[in-house]
Every structure is written in C-alpha cells, then in structure tokens.
Design a protein. Sequence first.
Length: 254
Amino acid sequence: MVAGKFQEISIKAGADKVIRHNKNRGPGASFKTGIIHSSGDFVIIVDADGQHPLEEIKKVFDYVMKNPQIDAVFTERTNVYSSGIIRSTGKILINYVVQRLIEEKITDHNCGLRAFRRIKILPFIFMLPDGFSYVTTSLVLAYKEDFCIHWIPIAMKQRETGKSHVKVRHGFNTILLVFRLIVNFDPMKFFMPLTWISFILGILSVIYNWVFYDGPGKNYIFFFLFGTLIFVLGILSEQMSVLRKEILNLKSKE
C-alpha cells in the first residue's frame, strides 16, 4: 500500500505487515488490497497526509470495539481548511448528489477516516474504483446495502506533507461512479425519472400538435416508445439487482 520511504517509516513505527503494489495504482486500490490481506473483524482506514490526529483515530477504534454490531463508521470533519473555490464548489455539488441518491442528510461525504466490518464490505470491493472516488462510492454502497452505520464528528489538522492530488476530473468520475452504484443497487431510482420525462414530453407533444396542427402528430410515438423501453430496462435491472444481492448474501454466509 505504501512505497519508498513510507514503507520504511511504517516498519519503524511498528507495522506488523506492509504491503506494496508494484506501481502506483491509487488509494482505492490500496484500500481494497488492505481489506483483502487483513484478518481482523474491522478495518480502519486513515489518510496518509497526517490530517487525522491519533486521538480522533482512537475515537473510531473505541467505538467499533464497544459496538461490535456496527457495520460501518464514517466521520464528519468539524473544521475544514479551505481547498479553493473550484474544489469546494465541487464537493458541495457531489455532497448534494449523494444526499439525493441515498436519501439521507450528510455533511461530509469524503472524509478519509472511517471503519468497516471486514466481512460486510469484502463481498463488494470489486465494485469500488482504484482512484480517489472510492471514498464516496463506498459510502453510497454502505447506505444502499443497509449497513448499520454510525457517524462520529472529528477535528482535523492541516496537511503535514505534500499536497492534494485530487483534480476536477476526479469529481466528475466520482459522480459517474455514484450513478453507476445507484443503477446497480437501486435501478428504478435512475430509470423511473427518465420514464416519466419521456411520457410527459410525449403528452406535451400531443397537446402542442393538437393546438397548432389540428392533430396529434407523430413525435409522441417516439417519446412513448422510448419511455416504455426505459421502464422495461429498469424492471430488468431491478431483477438483476435482486439476484445479485441474493448471491452476495449467500457468499457472505459461507
């Protein structure tokens, strides 16, 4: 997961096991590799930029130890340092999209300090990306799969080393991945709005043509057929989602 001097520092700090990729595959890949090679009941994820004080990490550790029934612990930062207008605007937009999709009010969708029950998250890691957006997509996944979730407020420090490598394109990739997760876990939330829009456009087309051309016209046929097709695709996706959940549940019990 770590390379170069970070590997050496980790060993000196007392790490029992340090896993290294043969190339930089991204933080999401490190997250997945860590889960696969871990052996405990819970996995705690911490950013490597020094922004999470030990006492805040201990809060997460203490909570999962006292509440073994929990599936995921997310943290929300009470003090956030400025990251620029573009990135701040992007975070607000993504946070709004995530809230709409999971139907829950959250304030911090991408804080890196979090914990998962290993056996609960393990069957789903193939769905998570290798890049920075794994943070947001893992949160959406936890909500859509009805994980037992708890939020803990934390304070953060300013970055100790380096600078953020998160770019604007990562935000667009995150939004696309979040929508992909919704299609996988709750497809009708994606397909039904498209169906209604198509039918409404078809009705408006009929009204327009009756008012101005004394006939229904032909455009409405396209909208109604398109809406019907999208609805059928939504039903099929819903059935596939149910089958996938049943298969994953069976695997988790093995």
